[in-house]
Design a protein around this ligand. Structure first.
Ligand SMILES: Cc1ncc(COP(=O)(O)O)c(C=O)c1O
Length: 456
């Protein structure tokens, strides 16, 4: 029955879109990385222990009696009306409000930000369509683009996020190829994986470029409310979102996963009415409706608990961990290593000294009891090996420092081997995409293997 060399009897029956769905060797390594002796700077988990867990538990315990049977019943595909109102309250913090046409009617509640991205792709993408995305880009979005059989064109970034001139160039390249990109996917604040944030003026510039080109923006904003330094005295108030600047041409996505609890799996989309209609139909076909219980939990959390104060607590926890990580990097990393300085969120993007490759180095790092995500996971063609992502949100500060110490030792060892033998300890390969732009045109490619969901 099998046609290939695999032991999988179903190989010849799978849909084409499953071709890239291989369990990567990185996933196998991460099963080891979850052991307690390993300091994991890999997965992007929030530190939910910073929540008042007893109070949240008590709140959850009352849901059945307060909301009665409705919290255990089917709901409507678009999501609970009360929660959609609360979501609009949350979005005002990002400058999205009635003045720019935000309404609960145009909110679609989703199963986390991940389903939101998936729904948008179901509604907009046919196989072979082009998506523009930051290079590097969120691994979970790349997985969805791959499943949609889209071609991803990465647009280079620098320390201030997506580079407007590179975006114009990418649009021109796609146009010259006789295509039109369906949308630009961007994480404008505290980007995953690069940790960088688009400044105010750049947001305006990018919006103007997209509007002139008729290019839709899909704005994914899980980290916008987790800014540490801020333009406004460190109160974490985010820069106005793209959606706050334009009511048309922007689809806004966010989630309660990083600001409350990922275990509840509640996110949302704010879309223009015609798009919203299609998203609801697509969501109903996929899941019928989001969990009534989880939606009641989030709405009750916002109604009855000090969620703004909790945001402040999260910001303080993550700022301390960011500071510890940056200090350790500065103290311990060998010359030639560079990294971004996040003003919020969970991530630092590290560039290795010349010639080192993050994926090749990972087995040694795991053996030395430290884990990270290789940069290759964040590019659709698996390039990006000169970089790696460090996530500081979950481990306690002393573990972060220890993790950086172990990583620095691994990098030093690789450099020493390279200087003696002229190659890195493990075989390296060519062809990494630049962090900053070069005079090369952006590349087009199909998606390659990406790490699994344990690396959000
Ligand atoms: C940029 C980005 N978008 C979406 C998601 C998915 O969020 P959720 O857990 O709500 O599905 C993540 C999770 O890490 C993320 O970093």
């Amino acid at each position: 029955m099998t046609t290939g060399t695999t032991l999988d009897d179903y190989t010849d029956r799978y849909a084409r879109r499953t071709r890239g769905m291989t369990a990567s060797e990185i996933r196998a390594l991460f099963s080891v990385a979850n052991r307690p002796e390993v300091v994991s700077l890999a997965g992007g988990s929030p530190y939910v222990a910073a929540l008042p867990l007893d109070a949240v538990g008590a709140m959850l315990g009352t849901l059945g009696s307060v909301h009665g049977a409705s919290s255990l019943q089917y709901g409507i595909g678009q999501g609970d009306a009360t929660l959609r109102e609360r979501i609009c309250d949350v979005m005002t913090l990002s400058g999205i409000d009635v003045s720019n046409g935000a309404s609960p009617d145009d909110v679609v509640v989703t199963v986390g930000g991940q389903q939101a991205i998936d729904l948008i792709c179901r509604v907009f993408l046919d196989p072979g369509d082009v998506v523009l995305a930051e290079g590097p880009s969120y691994v979970g979005a790349l997985g969805v683009f791959q499943a949609a059989e889209a071609d991803v064109v990465h647009v280079p970034m620098d320390d201030n996020g997506l580079i407007p001139a590179a975006l114009s160039e990418a649009i021109a390249t796609v146009t010259r190829a006789g295509k039109r990109a369906k949308f630009l996917y961007t994480v404008p604040a505290h980007q995953n994986p690069a940790g960088v944030t688009l400044p105010d003026a750049r947001r305006d510039e990018i919006l103007a470029i997209c509007q002139a080109a008729g290019l839709l923006i899909v704005e994914d904003d899980p980290y916008g409310l987790l800014g540490f330094d801020g333009e406004n005295g460190g109160d974490g108030k985010p820069l106005p979102a793209f959606r706050a600047r334009a009511r048309e041409g922007v689809i806004y996505v966010s989630t309660f996963s990083k600001t409350f609890a990922p275990g509840l799996r509640v996110g949302w989309i704010l879309a223009p009415p015609a798009v919203r209609e299609k998203l609801v139909i697509a969501s109903e076909a996929q899941i019928l409706c989001p969990s009534a219980f989880a939606q009641a939990a989030v709405a009750t959390y916002i109604d009855t608990m000090p969620w703004r104060q909790q945001l402040k607590t999260f910001r303080e926890v993550y700022r301390e961990r960011r500071d510890v990580a940056l200090l350790a990097l500065g103290d311990l990393m060998p010359a030639g290593t560079r990294w971004t300085v996040p003003s919020g969120g969970f991530y630092i993007w590290l560039t290795l000294p010349d010639g080192l490759h993050s994926k090749d180095m990972l087995p040694r790092a795991i053996a030395e009891r430290v884990a990270y995500v290789p940069g290759t996971g964040f590019y659709a063609d698996g390039s990006g090996g000169a970089h790696l992502r460090l996530c500081y949100s979950f481990p306690p500060p002393e573990r972060i420092r220890e993790g950086v110490r172990r990583l620095a030792a691994v990098i030093e060892h690789e450099m020493a081997v390279r200087s003696v033998f002229g190659v890195a300890a493990s075989p390296s390969f060519e062809g990494t995409i630049r962090w900053a732009p070069t005079d090369q045109p952006p590349r087009r490619f199909r998606t390659a293997d990406t790490p699994g969901p344990e690396t959000p």
